[in-house]
Ligand binder design. Structure first.
Ligand SMILES: [Zn+2]
Length: 308
């Protein structure tokens, strides 16, 4: 069995204002790294566009239409201080969500064992009716909803190791006990959710870590809390919000993870999938803003998927 790499050059054409950290070079650095010899076995697939119906499973249809209608023919339109669309954004945001839909299809049909979606913009801050934090559509949540609607999958888990809490995904999953959301993230930090000591249902597992936390703290959070909760949940499909901005070289976060930590976490999550989910794992890119650390981290992550 194999690992799929799903991407599209359209995702390079979503252009935030100059100097914005969520820039096309992020994806380019990952794609360049994945051209190395060791990644030759990847099954490469172009991401299709997600349909408005697929997006509307997790977003308000009016919001989906509002975002698509807002895309300018020139210049930039802002949704908030750090979230905007440019002329190339329509194709980018539809294919970023469409990649996860395609990955779910490939994994559910048994064409591949697991998949990595190298896409941008990221998605985990996008709320049902609001863009925020560089995110327009919630790619991973669209994939989770697609799996349930089309394949009759019951329990879907999203594990999010981005340095930021995925408030959008959590909001979409909160009231449905068959949707697990587990997050390690720096706290206090943007967007301010996922705070310690909050009362949460069993299928929402927030593991805030302080600035400066590194591999030992991250791995303890996984071993002591994330993995036991995930095994108790028994997911039918494991999705990963793979943000690499908790890396020690990242300019936005203050955590201290390394490529080895990402490989380890990937391996652990593939272990959960082997136990409960017929080894089905779909991962999608979220954050990560140091181009070299991002390329190395995504490479380590994909290598671990290939070895699973
Ligand atoms: Zn992030």
């Amino acid at each position: 069995m194999t690992t799929a790499l799903i991407t599209h050059t359209a995702c390079l054409r979503h252009e935030p204002p100059p100097g914005h950290p969520e820039r096309p070079g992020r994806l380019q650095s990952i794609l360049t790294a994945l051209e190395a010899q060791e990644f030759r076995p990847l099954v490469r697939r172009e991401a299709p566009e997600a349909s408005v119906d697929a997006l509307s499973r997790v977003h308000d249809r009016e919001y989906v239409e509002e975002v698509l209608a807002a895309i300018p023919s020139r210049g930039i339109v802002h949704f908030d201080a750090d979230t905007s669309v440019s002329p190339g954004s329509r194709d980018a945001i539809l294919r970023a969500a469409g990649a996860v839909v395609e990955a779910v299809d490939m994994v559910m049909k048994g064409e591949v064992q697991n998949a990595f979606c190298a896409v941008r913009p990221p998605g985990h801050h996008a709320l049902p009716d609001r863009a925020m934090g560089f995110c327009l559509f919630n790619n991973v949540a669209v994939g989770a909803a697609h799996a349930r609607a089309v394949y009759g999958i019951n329990r879907v888990a999203v594990i999010d190791f981005d340095v930021h809490h995925g408030n959008g995904t959590e909001a979409m999953f909160f009231s449905d006990p068959a949707l697990f959301y587990g997050s390690t993230h720096q706290w206090p930090f943007y967007p301010g959710t996922g705070r310690p000591g909050e009362r949460r249902p069993d299928h929402i597992v927030d593991l805030p870590l302080p600035a400066g936390a590194g591999g030992p703290e991250f791995r303890s959070a996984f071993t002591d809390a994330m993995l036991p909760a995930l095994n108790a949940f028994r997911p039918d499909l494991v999705l990963i919000s793979a943000g690499f901005d908790a890396h020690q070289d990242d300019p936005l976060g203050q955590m201290r993870l390394t490529e080895a930590d990402y490989a380890w976490a990937t391996d652990m999550l593939c272990g959960v999938a082997a136990r409960h989910s017929a080894r089905r794992v779909v991962s999608t890119l979220e954050g990560g803003y140091d181009l070299d650390a991002l390329a190395r981290s995504a490479g380590a992550h994909v290598k671990a998927l290939m070895a699973a």
